[in-house]
Design a protein around this ligand. Structure first.
Ligand SMILES: [Ca+2]
Ligand SMILES: [Ca+2]
Length: 255
């Protein structure tokens, strides 16, 4: 490789290195976990991390069902993925197949209602909502911490398929492909300063109980910014390939 071309290549590499933070490489386009895989949600992708403050409970995967259970209100037991590990698309779709078990909540009124199973979603820092699964009841929040739209549907008779679709500030919730609830995202309140995030399980201090899950999926992508050293090696290899190709071309007889 002529010196001038090598310098140009290195200069190009240096330019890219300087802009490395913009070179986030999507490494998965979605998250899909099924209990049938025989793996826990954090075992199919470590970025879906477990928070477990419950004693002695832990997630139990048995017979193709994941059981999440807590036995006192302050206990947390949930999976969540967020921060730089989450790039939320214009229309976020979250899917879950779950059956509510038994439990109780100390906050069932209109102020800061909670239940022991929920899917929490923030599409950007401080912006989101939560779908709570109560006994034969689904509800969202309104504003910072108030009861929002709710619907009476069977949640504990059998496993049901749930889809949450978030587009702009609009939230649509489907149970078994039927639109059952619509609401809006809100900003601040309990979400102040919390980054983009998707979580499921018992994430409240005000309720305890059991939920059963067989599938959880979403279409937000994970991204990973390559380490500068790794990126440099990759670019150096590219420079090398370009150089050898150039040399081979030069070795060909004039056409
Ligand atoms: Ca416990
Ligand atoms: Ca709890």
């Amino acid at each position: 490789m002529p010196t001038r071309r090598l310098l140009a290549c290195i200069g190009f590499a240096a330019t890219l290195l300087h802009g490395a933070p913009t070179l986030a490489m999507p490494i998965s386009s979605s998250y899909v976990w099924t209990a049938a895989s025989g793996l826990l949600p954090d075992q199919v992708d470590a970025r879906m991390a477990l928070t477990d403050t419950a004693t002695p409970e832990a997630p139990v995967l048995s017979g193709g069902v994941l059981t999440i259970a807590t036995s006192s209100n302050p206990e947390f037991l949930f999976y969540s993925q967020g921060g730089t590990d989450l790039v939320v698309p214009a229309t976020l779709t979250i899917e879950a197949t779950m059956r509510l078990g038994a439990g109780s909540s100390s906050q069932t009124g209109t102020t800061a209602p909670r239940s022991y199973a929920s899917i929490v979603f923030l599409t950007a820092t401080s912006v989101g909502n939560a779908l709570f699964f109560g006994p034969d009841r689904l509800f969202l929040l309104t504003g910072p911490d108030n009861l929002g739209p709710e619907v009476i549907v069977d949640t504990d008779d059998a496993f049901h398929d749930y889809v949450i679709r978030v587009s702009g500030s609009t939230i649509d919730v489907y149970q078994d492909s039927i639109l059952v609830l619509s609401g809006s995202q809100f900003t601040g309140g309990i979400f102040s300063g919390v980054d983009a995030r998707i979580a499921f399980g018992d994430g409240t201090l005000a309720a305890q109980g059991t939920s059963l899950w067989t599938r959880f999926a979403h279409n937000a992508s994970a991204s990973q910014v390559p380490e500068p050293a790794t990126l440099f090696l990759a670019l150096a290899a590219l420079c090398g390939v370009a150089g050898s190709r150039g040399a081979r071309r030069r070795a060909l007889p004039p056409g």
